[in-house]
Design a binder for this molecule. Sequence first.
Ligand code: SIN
Length: 526
Amino acid sequence: MAGKMRTTTDFLIIGSGIAGLSYALKVAEHGRVLIITKAAAEESNTKYAQGGIAGVLQGPDTFESHINDTLNAGAGLCDPAVVRMVVTEGADRIREMISIGTRFDTTPGGDYDLAKEGGHSQHRVLHFKDSTGNEIERALLAAVHRHPNIEICTHYFVLDLITQHHLGEEVRRTSSGIRCYGAYVLNTTTKSVETILSRVTLMASGGVGQVYRSTTNPSIATGDGIAMVYRAKGQVKDMEFIQFHPTALYHPGESPAFLISEAVRGFGAVLKTATGESFMERYDERGSLAPRDIVARAIDYEMKMRGDEFVGLDCRSLDPEKFRDHFPMILEKCLSVGINPFESMIPVVPAAHYICGGVNVDEFGRTSIVGLYAAGECACTGLHGANRLASNSLLEGLVFSHRAAQHGIKNLATHTICQEVPDWNAEGMIQPNEWVLITHNRNELQQVMSNYVGIVRSDVRLKRALDRLRILYGETEALYERTVVSPALCELRNMITVGYLIVKSAMARKESVGLHYTLDYPARKN
Ligand code: SIN
């Protein structure tokens, strides 16, 4: 489609992580597929997943055990039917990934070498060394590139979904419900806005970690999809549940923060204070392998109480050979910044990692907007509840993209291309003369979210955040209304919207549960 001002396609996919690519492979048998991604094809949150993908493929583990662990981690807010569906259907979806060439580590006996992570009562995480996401992305992209019906447009930025709101007063008044007709996208090479008309659209745009100052997410994780759906008047939910990964490498100034996989703790590493005292037992009987909300909160508390800037992850008693074999990338990173994990503790801090909420979808990945599906991190399926169980997200992405594909294929005939969509109107827009304002506002947003909407919240902090976000919103919208669109400005706009949704959802929840912990309201009784 490169350079064409108007393109039509059967399936439009926004995002090129596990959900978008696995969906593409399925629907490509039934029509033309266009994948839009704002960076290089492989640049996605999927690529950075170290630990792996949870799944029950072999004994002694059972579906029931995985279901119970997921429900327990979710602190009473998971949808039990969705949990059962994802866990039981997940095994087949993982086998499909293996059949297209994804490699997972095995034992000398030929079984899968399963890792254990926080909140899991069994070893059940399939992995490829410590770069599982990268391996999955590699295999998926290779298959996608081979398929003649799939085109990937890289470095295209999606500005907005097209709905009947773009079609004029008459259509708006007479239509019932909201329908998606495609998207307006910015070709970042030609700087022109192109119109993509689709019969079915999948939002698979990933996470929101960049809304915070310190995150394990890559720079692309700016919540674009969630913000776009919200602007299109689609439903979003559970936005207050932001998961902070307990163990990002403490290396000030580095962005994104480098992840020290939870699998390292599953391998025997222990969290300790800077003075070498193991502390997690005081918070949870599962110690360093308690669910993430509990571990991140305990670390936050210990650091604040002691005035420390990090805690230590003690790997010194682990077998160096085995460690090297399991975690080559983590070892290389630590050594590159002067930390030898066999001699000293790895300094770690919590960092924003995953959003459990997002675009509200049903069991087929359908959003509240007709013709629009969502899968992957940007979707809220009911699997995670108030706190995601480690390594459940890649599984969720596979299961929901499969279901959305099946549903979309079955109902394709009910969706037609709408030719009446007007082209993007950029009349009267001027070049911004102060780019620095965008950078300032992005930095300020990250400060506000990290200071007031982090691991521990309160009414006063949330109110402060909201007041400041309102100012940032006003300034940024004024800029957006008069300047030509750019990815930096649109990302800022999206991030402010996501920040606003997180704060408003957090304010609405008058209890502490899972990842939403507030000083002003007691813990929810399950
Ligand atoms: C990790 O390897 O610790 C991250 C896995 C996940 O977030 O599910």
